[in-house]
Design a protein around this ligand. Structure first.
Ligand SMILES: [Zn+2]
Length: 237
């Protein structure tokens, strides 16, 4: 009985170590999430200005193609004017050319505005790109520290898990059902499977334990579970 208890306590120690390293690993998560969110905010902003740039470029290209079409048509009118005979037809054509000239002038003014807009957005894109790079650079020392700490934890976790497996194997070899019971209790609500008696009560839920059972536990005669919460109770030597 005493050696069973000893083996179980060794297993529980191994489990505690594994749990504490796992908890340590989890403490990095919020900080990493915050760092990621910082980069993502800027990347989202970058995507937004890049999309604006695409649209502005598209508008400018459309204006360019319109202007080109107007120019060609206007040139055709001018050529036509060369050989038009009738004065009436010529003056109608002249009026058309004048009108088209003012339309073209307006389109060209729009193109200049559009071109300025493209330049302004290009500058905004460059500025946000710079901010993304600056943020990544600013984060990089801390990220390296975290990565190093994580890999150090991973190493310790691997070692602790191996030790846990060893301790479990030690019990499994002699008393398979004891390991099954331990694992089943651990799978329940209590964080650990075994709790030391606390005065006359269970050390986990503080439900009192009958005196005769307490005495048996103290003498190491039995591995008793708490009636209320189901954990294994033991007495310190
Ligand atoms: Zn209990």
């Amino acid at each position: 009985m005493q050696s069973d208890l000893k083996r179980l306590l060794t297993l529980q120690e191994a489990d505690r170590l594994v749990m504490s390293i796992e908890a340590e690993i989890q403490t990095f998560e919020p900080e990493v999430a915050e760092l990621d969110a910082g980069v993502k905010r800027l990347e989202d902003e970058l995507t937004r200005v890049q999309r604006n740039l695409e649209e502005a470029n598209k508008r400018r290209t459309e204006l360019e193609s319109n202007i080109e079409t107007y120019r060609v048509t206007q040139e055709q009118r001018r050529q036509k004017l060369e050989w038009v005979r009738g004065a009436k037809e010529a003056s109608a054509l002249m009026a058309e050319i004048d009108l088209a000239r003012s339309v073209l002038a307006k389109e060209e003014a729009d193109w200049i505005r559009s071109s300025d807009e493209v330049q302004a957005i290009e500058a905004a894109v460059a500025e946000v790109e710079q901010r993304v790079a600056a943020e990544e650079e600013a984060q990089s020392p801390r990220r390296e520290e975290i990565a190093q700490a994580q890999s150090e934890c991973d190493g310790r976790l691997e070692e602790a898990s191996a030790r846990r497996a060893e301790a479990a194997q030690e019990i499994n070899r002699t008393k398979r059902q004891l390991l099954t019971m331990y694992d089943k209790i651990r799978g329940g609500r209590a964080p650990l499977a075994m709790y030391e008696l606390h005065a006359d009560a269970c050390g986990h839920c503080y439900t009192s334990v009958p005196m005769h059972l307490r005495e048996q536990i103290r003498r190491g005669e039995t591995l008793a579970t708490c009636e209320a919460c189901g954990v294994l109770m033991f007495a310190a030597e």
